[in-house]
Design a binder for this molecule. Structure first.
Ligand code: SF4
Length: 228
């Protein structure tokens, strides 16, 4: 994209600080059903689903956990079987050795240090084996106390296209986003971008002509003449 074109596009949509509230409002109206796609029935199942979702799709995780959570009902159950059995039970999510280790380690720490209850704070969540920042962010947000903004591939692409960040690294993107997005929207913001990314702003073929963010997006291929 030529430099003058980029400049013109940014000028057309105005400063990001002014646009971000309208972006959230329009996306919330467009995708009222935007929530986490993983299926779980308890805080522990949420945490374990998120751990299993690394490097695979939510659909795949849901398929595996439907059986897994019927078999492993308590944290102790993950420690009672030979590790090879747990590895087999989660095999289809990929990276099954590392993930089995994470599930068992997390089950042990939850039992020994947290009375079997999933903690809420980032610092505590990060003490669980196999729980990195992204997992902790997703879990904290889902438990009602978002501590940051989850950045996945959709969030990264849409934040860049919408001109909310120029960064590439997820940690830096998150740093930009938390300065812009109001704290009360930290939990739902990633879901809104993820669903919009899946339904409209496709990685290769963004459907700008039907996008509700047209007038607010410097990357739009269709210039909306209506005021933002
Ligand atoms: S206008 Fe186009 S590039 Fe911008 S968010 Fe919508 S679909 Fe994506």
């Amino acid at each position: 994209m030529a430099r003058s074109y980029v400049h013109e596009a940014r000028r057309r949509v105005g400063p990001k600080r002014k646009r971000v509230l309208s972006i959230v409002a329009r996306l919330a109206e467009e995708h009222p059903d935007a929530t986490i796609a993983l299926r779980f029935g308890s805080d522990v199942e949420l945490l374990f689903s998120v751990i299993l979702s690394a490097q695979t799709t939510d659909v795949n995780v849901n398929r595996v956990t439907e059986r897994l959570f019927r078999k492993y009902r308590r944290l102790e159950d993950y420690l009672a079987v030979p590790v090879e059995e747990l590895e087999r039970d989660i095999y289809e999510t990929g990276f099954f050795r590392q993930k089995a280790k994470s599930l068992r380690g997390t089950a042990r720490v939850l039992l020994e240090e947290f009375d079997g209850i999933v903690p809420r704070t980032m610092a505590e969540l990060l003490r669980l084996p196999g729980v990195a920042r992204k997992t902790a962010n997703v879990v904290a947000a889902e438990l009602g106390d978002p501590q940051g903004i989850v950045v996945d591939t959709h969030v990264r692409r849409l934040s860049q296209r919408l001109g909310l960040t120029r960064q590439e690294d997820p940690v830096r993107i998150e740093r930009d986003l938390v300065k812009l997005v109001p704290r009360e929207d930290w939990g739902r913001f990633p879901h809104l971008l993820i669903w919009h990314g899946r339904r409209v702003c496709d990685a290769r073929r963004p459907r700008c002509e039907v996008c509700v963010l047209n007038a607010l997006c410097p990357s739009s291929r269709v210039v909306d003449t209506q005021p933002a």
